[in-house]
Ligand binder design. Structure first.
Ligand code: KUQ
Length: 834
């Protein structure tokens, strides 16, 4: 019996729960800060570690969130409104403190209050760890979405996992990536609230028992299971100055108490305690693979753990408010699946409705396929999740039975629609046959959902024409596009105070909630005085970035140079290699004395490689090696600098995006589903050099082709070149590329390690290179030259920079979420009572 079920609530008077509002002024904030510092944390003059100032401030702000959080919950319960649950294995939230201050409207008061105590806000805020509970774009998108849902006052709750260790910390050791564990919870986390009273039980393993009960109903019991507890931790998600605070609920795995009893009685106490590990390991660590498949059992455990605990939580809440009548459940609840990672939810909702709440197949299925919605984030075959049937059989036997049944009924539907088309049935089956049969999670997600969306216009089109074309033929109405977006609170108001102030003064403050207001900047591009202020703001941001690069990398970036940045996960399809080849080309030009009309350039590359991804790690080595040679050569002084910045993460992007002139979005066309870094750069006034891929296409449409540096093959061009791509012919015919390859192949960048870059060289020369790096080289360096020439005309560049910000409104995640709500969720907004 858990102590949390022991309610004393009836003994507390109603007034007890009615608290006076907390002060929001500098003095009141400083008073609370002092209280938490001295009493809650128990520190005094003997300990002035900056961390405790951070912790005291975090608790002060958390109090202000807490009262709004409770009122938001109450408002949702009272309105008994429809709700959405965003299920995701990743939420890359970034630091919470400055976001809470901004959204509560407390930044000035806090700054003043701390100043009165002799403290400086920035120094204190820099002590917050950056929670890295995600790999890259997909996890950060989930975080931007939560911010927008709270700002739009939509009843949306995030469900995820509370990893003990987030994304690894990257260091560069001897010119190569090294990984260190990220124990981000070591010093505690003031932003989370443990809710042990809502603990859920999750089953694994065992076997199923089928029987018929007294009333003739088929009953299934899942028995002899190994159970694990899921303990929720709630994180507040404040909306922008609107009294709404939504919830991100993260599950931590814990051993059950009875877990050990058998062994305990047998006298093997240490062994039984050690068994706890198995259970507690489930949420120990985030899988650090972005967009690549992984057949590991622990990963499937994580996925099911999230699905089972979250669905139980939602059903418990439904029963609390509506009893055991599920007839209206599907109208009032919607689960948005963030890729296939939580797709086992389709089968799990069926299981809970049937085995735990007694529904029949048909009513359970009608509910399930009316409340699940699936977002696809990639076309890369290596990222499409498939799980071995035998793994499912041993870990989740009941779920596999349900998936088989879903498949049998689905294939019946297919054969009714296309009688005798066995090939189509085989193609569309949820089970891929073969010597080691697999469950195709994307197909399960499509069959079990009423909505399937891609994340940018091109991506959604390619889904319906390629990967999912059979499903599109069957259910065209399910498929839709939702172009990604990013939150203008963190990615403009918070990270770029200089630009924010300039906007407030020139177009008013409405842009924070309605980013389309940025359009009003466009005419100011022609105003010379405004351009001068824009230039000063941008220069200050470049100085901030240059200082960070000097600190972290020890490389000097002169402020007059073109700051050229590519930060994102390292992957061959993103083609960091093409960027490096361009740097080698510039270096070669310098060495040849070909520097007439030169534009000084600083190239910044950053990003993590999945620890098991050999080529990605080679690319990091090459970037470091080229940077070393370039920066050490006196001939490059004032002309070219290059740095690889280690441990790229949300907090670093907050400095990088505002300080960048040119944003590199150079993936092989058709491969980057959307990209979201591209949007952050654009919003902050960078120009883009990019291919017609992902959201780049829409960025170019919004800003106008004259304000975008386009190069490279189209997605169609890439596909039609396959089969007769001849990189060696291209290299032989292009003197610039030939010289770059000569430098690489002569060992210029690996003097002491012959052969180090052979694998990279081979990949460029390989006629089957899927990323076709050599094919786009000429067009890329010519376009880079055009960008460099444009940069030498500061007035033109400034105009283009202003126009990029002005036309970036479409890429607000508020617009994206409004689209999800209009087409998929159909939620009403709820204003909490003040
Ligand atoms: C796959 N797939 C496995 C972790 C992440 C994954 C494990 O999603 C972004 C896009 C971007 C796309 C990324 C993605 N991450 C796909 C993943 O590569 O183009 O912008 C958000 O939609």
């Amino acid at each position: 019996m858990s102590p949390f079920n022991n309610v004393i609530r009836n003994q507390l008077k109603e007034e007890f729960f009615e608290l006076p509002s907390l002060p929001m002024d500098a003095e009141g904030l400083a008073k609370d800060f002092r209280h938490y510092y001295a009493y809650t944390l128990g520190r005094d003059r003997d300990c002035q570690a900056a961390y405790y100032s951070y912790a005291a401030l975090a608790i002060t702000l958390r109090d202000r969130l807490m009262e709004r959080w409770k009122r938001t919950r109450q408002a949702y319960d009272e309105r008994d409104c429809k709700r959405v649950y965003y299920l995701s294995l990743e939420f890359l939230m970034g630091r919470a403190l400055s976001n809470a201050m901004l959204n509560l409207g407390l930044d000035d008061a806090v700054r003043q209050g701390l100043h009165d105590l002799g403290l400086e806000l920035e120094e204190i805020a820099s002590n917050e760890p950056d929670p890295g509970l995600g790999n890259g774009g997909l996890g950060r998108l989930a975080a931007c979405f939560l911010d927008s849902c709270a700002t739009l006052q939509l009843p949306v709750r995030g469900y995820g996992l509370r990893y003990e260790y987030g994304m690894f910390r990257q260091t560069i050791e001897g010119g190569a990536q090294a990984e260190e564990p990220d124990h981000w919870l070591r010093d505690g986390n003031p932003w989370e609230l443990e809710r042990p009273e809502f603990t859920q039980r999750v089953h694994f393993g065992g076997r199923t028992e089928h029987s018929v009960d007294a009333s003739g109903r088929h009953v299934v019991r899942w028995v002899e299971t190994h159970d694990v507890l899921a303990v929720p931790y709630d994180i507040p998600v404040p909306g922008y100055r609107n009294e709404t605070v939504n919830t991100l609920r993260l599950w931590k795995s814990a051993a059950t108490d009875e877990f050990n009893l058998g062994e305990f009685n047998a006298g093997s106490y240490p062994e039984s305690v050690a068994q706890k590990n198995q259970a507690e390991h489930i949420t120990m660590v985030l899988y650090p693979n972005d967009a690549s498949e992984n057949g590991k059992e622990l990963r499937l455990r994580q996925q099911y753990f999230l699905a089972c605990a979250s669905l139980k939580d939602v059903l418990r809440d439904w029963i609390r408010l509506h009893g055991h009548d599920f007839s209206h459940f599907a109208e009032r609840n919607c689960f948005q699946l963030n890729d296939t990672h939580p797709a086992v939810s389709v089968a799990e909702l069926m299981r809970q409705l049937m085995d735990e709440h007694g529904l029949q197949w048909d009513s359970a299925w009608a509910i399930t396929r009316r409340c699940m919605a699936y977002t696809n984030h990639t076309l890369l075959p290596e990222a499409l999740e498939r799980w071995p049937v035998r793994l499912f059989q041993s870990l989740l036997p009941r779920l596999l039975e349900i998936i088989y049944e879903i498949n049998a009924r689905f294939l019946m539907e297919v054969s009714r629609r296309w009688p005798g088309d066995n090939d189509r049935q085989r193609r569309m089956s949820l089970i891929e046959e073969g010597h080691d049969p697999q469950v195709r999670m994307a197909y399960l997600a499509i069959v079990g959902s009423f909505s399937v969306n891609g994340v940018a216009a091109l991506h959604s089109e390619l889904l319906t024409k390629g990967l999912f074309q059979d499903f599109h033929a069957m259910w065209p109405e399910k498929f839709n596009n939702k172009t990604n977006g990013v939150t203008p609170r963190r990615w403009l108001a918070m990270c770029n105070p200089g630009l924010a102030q300039l906007l407030d003064e020139s177009i008013g403050t409405g842009w924070v909630r309605d980013l389309s207001e940025l359009e009003r900047l466009a005419p100011l591009a022609e105003d010379a005085a405004f351009r001068e202020r824009w230039a000063a703001m941008r220069r200050a941001n470049k100085a901030r970035l240059a200082e960070a690069v000097a600190d972290i990398c020890g490389v000097d970036f002169p402020l007059d140079a073109l700051f050229d940045t590519q930060v994102k996960r390292i992957h061959e399809y993103k083609r960091q290699l093409l960027n490096i080849l361009h740097v080698i080309h510039l270096y070669n030009r310098i060495k040849q004395g070909d520097t007439r009309d030169w534009t000084p350039r600083c190239v910044l590359i950053g990003g993590k490689a999945a620890p098991g991804y050999f080529m990605a790690k080679q690319i990091i080595k090459l970037a470091c090696a080229v940077a070393e040679v370039v920066n050490k050569d006196p001939d490059t002084e004032g002309l070219l600098r290059m740095a690889f910045v280690p441990d790229y993460r949300v907090t670093l992007m907050e400095v990088i995006a505002p300080g960048t002139d040119l944003s590199e979005q150079i993936s092989t066309a058709g491969k980057e589903a959307s990209g979201t870094g591209n949007m952050k750069f654009m919003m902050n006034g960078a120009l883009t050099i990019g291919t017609l891929d992902g959201a780049n296409i829409e960025i170019r449409e919004q800003v106008g082709e004259e304000n975008f540096f386009l190069f490279g093959l189209t997605a169609e061009g890439v596909e039609s070149l396959r089969g007769h791509y001849d990189p060696n012919g291209i290299i032989a015919a292009d003197p610039a590329l030939r010289e770059v390859m000569n430098l690489l192949e002569s060992g210029h960048f690996n003097r002491f390690t012959p052969g180090l870059f052979d694998s990279v060289i081979l990949s460029i020369r390989n006629p089957h290179d899927p990323w076709m790096t050599a094919a786009d080289f000429r067009s890329y360096i010519d376009t880079q030259a055009r960008a460099a020439a444009t940069f030498r005309d500061p007035e033109t560049w400034l105009r283009m920079s202003i126009l990029n910000t002005a036309h970036s409104g479409f890429f607000s995640s508020d617009r994206t979420i409004a689209d999800y709500n209009r087409d998929i969720w159909h939620l009403e907004t709820v204003q909490p009572q003040i």
